[in-house]
Design a protein around this ligand. Structure first.
Ligand code: DON
Length: 303
């Protein structure tokens, strides 16, 4: 099936789901977004990008940023991070505190909030301005110099960060924090509040489909590292729904409570979908359905 035809078919298939689910309301600035939006974009290895629906409309990337900070940290120090964070699916909510005490301040994986806070802490130690480094990377890969942190979302999240502050202090109490809690939180909130469209995200995530090679041909990650980031996306990228996501979609994916999902077909393409209505576990209802149709219609599942 030709790509435009495929994208049109996906839009038709998910139309009845648009507006179902609930928008994240624990960050008040996100609660105002219309849940009926839907966009999808596909970037191929050559950096060509196609999309339909609201594919050029910016939204809050939230936890999708965690894929990029992980890649930047691994590019800088490879194995050092794994002394501070695990690589197993959590089976718990993304902001759960429970496991952290049992596992003595070592988060299960880099994509639950506790693990992502550790990654941000590590990136601060490497480069100082972690969110600035991330933004520069995303601007270059997407070819969009206008990408920015949405200050209103950042302020809103910072004002409602008790849970993330608790997680960070808790890890600090176990000696698993290198920088001051306030600094880590500030950088984490900024990275989550970056606004991008499906177009921008698909292009920015393209390097994971290209085995770690950036648009300019330079290597961010080795082939082995890219394989590993994709594996962690598959097993941990959609939190306590990772098993169901693998079952339905069958490729690595990382969701955010803004309603976006970045998914990777290794060796082929990166796909970004966005629809703000979320299911009970924080994943976009229409977004997961669109990816399910995409891998079924193309046969591009890894299984
Ligand atoms: O830390 C938080 O709660 C948000 N900034 C990000 C959460 C998120 O996107 C989880 N994803 N599904």
């Amino acid at each position: 099936m030709e790509l435009n035809q495929l994208l049109g078919r996906i839009v038709d298939e998910v139309a009845p789901l648009r507006g179902s689910g609930v928008v994240a309301d624990y960050i008040p600035a996100l609660a105002r977004v219309d849940p009926a939006h839907f966009g999808i974009a596909i970037a191929d290895l050559e950096g060509r990008v196609r999309g339909v629906g609201d594919w050029q409309m910016p939204f809050s990337v939230q936890s999708i940023s965690k894929v990029f900070t992980l890649a930047l940290v691994l590019a800088g120090s490879d194995e050092a991070l794994w002394r501070r964070v695990g690589r197993e699916p959590s089976g718990n909510a993304f902001n759960s505190l429970i496991q952290l005490e049992h596992e003595r301040g070592i988060p299960r994986n880099p994509f639950i909030n506790a693990g992502a806070l550790t990654v941000t802490d590590e990136l601060i130690s490497q480069v100082g301005d972690a969110s600035g480094e991330l933004l520069a990377f995303l601007r270059t890969e997407s070819g969009n110099p206008d990408l920015r942190v949405d200050a209103e979302v950042a302020a809103s999240e910072a004002a409602h960060a008790d849970r993330n502050l608790a997680l960070t202090h808790f890890m600090a109490s176990y000696g698993n924090m290198r920088n001051p809690v306030a600094t880590v939180l500030d950088q984490y909130v900024r990275q989550c509040s970056i606004e991008m469209s499906c177009r921008d995200l698909a292009l920015a995530g393209r390097f994971l489909a290209a085995h770690g090679v950036r648009r300019d041909g330079s290597e961010l990650l080795t082939r082995r590292q890219a394989k590993r980031v994709n594996a962690i996306m598959l097993t941990c990228g959609t939190y306590d729904a990772a098993g169901d996501f693998a079952y339905r979609v069958g490729i690595p994916g990382k969701s955010g409570v803004g309603g976006g999902i970045l998914a990777i077909v290794p060796g082929r393409c990166a796909i970004a979908v966005w629809s703000p209505g979320l299911d009970a576990r924080g994943n976009s209802v229409a977004g997961v359905a669109a990816l399910d149709h995409f891998t079924t219609l193309t046969g591009w599942s890894i299984f």
